[in-house]
Design a protein around this ligand. Structure first.
Ligand code: SF4
Length: 438
């Protein structure tokens, strides 16, 4: 079958979609980038942010004409929204043929065979079979790869649906992750991003605490693996051993995404984050002491139920003090089924918007300053591909995750370049090529 995969959501979802596509390709199906010609449309959804359900429904309904046109291709809907809505999806989206959960991507080929035999409403949500150790993956580009090291989460932050949709944390064994990493590198990957809802607790469920530090050190021994990144790092589990391994590993990039969420201890407790601002600041100091020049980014939520002006100001003060390179900022919105959704939402939408604007303004100033600090420096850029400005201009990232655009003749995608920074914006840098780095 000719299939098309559409992903709404986070990095974990994108990685899952690569498994869905890889599994279907391995089963002999062919991928298309045009949903109008697809015989099978796979939609992978995320419920972490608001409007996920609306986006899914809007998208499926926008497919109406190609669906008719194409004499009813199969429609498979999966991921977190499917886990949340469950059988209600059959009623809301009757054109759906297959519903699958966050651990059933590998079962899609069998479901397609069942559908081809005339079975309707195939429900893989009940599948108890665990994801196999070795998965087929179709990476988005050959030089950079996602590598899931664990699935699920045990933290139950009060605003988050992940523990309900993806279940408890389950780490993949170290030797399997390392084998996967070596395979990806043998296929051409030079940068690997390790994925887990909380990479810092990797191995705890296997009775092997501290395994993440060990993984980082082991990855450093893989020749040709030039860069290692990871998402997401929970501050409460960021251990001194992990910080030491990051500092000692040549291929671990000098960038840590460390979600703070709020600067007020009362709000952090209400969010069930498991740390105070002081504890968070200790981790930041330890990172900066061990890894000179480390770039920090974060996630922040404004307008959590009951957040006062004073508590919001604590967030602003923390952001200024920590001096992040960048931040993802969100307005709180209740996720059905989470404890925070039961709290009275006393902060008006207008106040939330005002707070978000203030926070974005502050972070823009800090991001601007962080970029300015690169002017005149020569940095290593891993080139991802042509920039939006055209073929002669290339785009890539520094080890600290800054976007760099530079003009150069020749083919640079997938190569490392030495670039002198000559211009700085809020979100990206520009520079001139000094030469290749082999
Ligand atoms: S750590 Fe918290 S925010 Fe992150 S996935 Fe787990 S419950 Fe959600």
């Amino acid at each position: 079958m000719l299939f098309y995969v559409r992903t709404f959501g986070c990095q974990m979802n994108k990685a899952d979609s690569e498994v869905a596509a890889g599994t279907l390709l391995a089963a002999g199906h062919l991928e298309t980038t045009d949903p109008a010609e697809a015989e099978l449309i796979v939609i992978n959804t995320c419920a972490v942010r608001e409007h996920a359900v609306d986006r899914l429904y809007g998208y499926v309904n926008s497919l109406k004409s190609p669906l008719k046109h194409n004499q009813s291709p199969l429609l498979a809907v999966g991921g977190c929204v499917a886990e949340q809505k469950r059988s209600a999806l059959w009623k809301d989206l009757p054109q759906t043929d297959i519903i699958f959960g966050t651990s059933a991507f590998h079962l899609l080929p069998q479901a397609i065979d069942r559908a081809a035999k005339g079975e309707t409403r195939i429900d893989l949500l009940q599948a108890t079979e665990l994801l196999p150790d070795h998965l087929h993956v179709r990476p988005e580009d050959p030089w950079r790869a996602w590598l899931p090291i664990s699935r699920g989460c045990n933290n139950f932050c009060s605003y988050c649906v992940v523990p309900y949709t993806r279940g408890r944390e389950a780490s993949r064994a170290l030797d399997i992750v390392l084998t996967d990493a070596k395979t990806l590198v043998a296929r051409g990957a030079r940068e690997i991003t390790l994925l887990g809802q909380n990479v810092n607790s990797y191995g705890n469920d296997l009775g092997e605490p501290g395994l993440f530090a060990h993984l980082l050190s082991s990855l450093d021994d893989i020749p040709d693996l030039r860069r290692v990144r990871f998402l997401t790092s929970h501050p409460k589990d960021l251990s001194p051993a992990t910080i030491a391994a990051l500092a000692a590993s040549a291929n671990a990039c000098e960038h840590v995404h460390l979600p703070l969420q709020a600067g007020s201890d009362r709000i952090l407790t209400a969010m069930n984050r498991g740390y105070t601002l002081d504890k968070y600041l200790e981790r930041v100091e330890a990172l900066r002491a061990a890894i000179p020049g480390v770039a920090l980014s974060t996630d922040l939520i404004v307008g959590f139920p009951g957040e006062t002006e004073e508590e919001f100001n604590e967030t602003l003060a923390a952001v200024e003090r920590i001096n992040y390179d960048s931040a993802y900022t969100f307005i709180y919105s209740p996720r059905p089924g989470t404890p925070a959704a039961e709290l009275p939402d006393e902060v008006s939408w207008r106040t939330k918007e005002t707070r978000l604007r203030q926070l974005i303004e502050l972070q823009s100033t800090l991001s601007d300053r962080a970029c300015q600090a690169y002017l005149g420096r020569v940095v290593e850029v891993f080139v991802i591909g042509p920039s939006r400005r055209g073929e002669v201009s290339w785009t890539g990232r520094t080890r600290t995750n800054k976007i760099v655009n530079f003009p150069a003749a020749g083919a640079w995608a997938g190569r490392f370049a030495s670039v002198r920074i000559t211009g700085a914006g809020t979100a990206s840098l520009t520079g001139s090529l000094c030469g290749p780095i082999e």
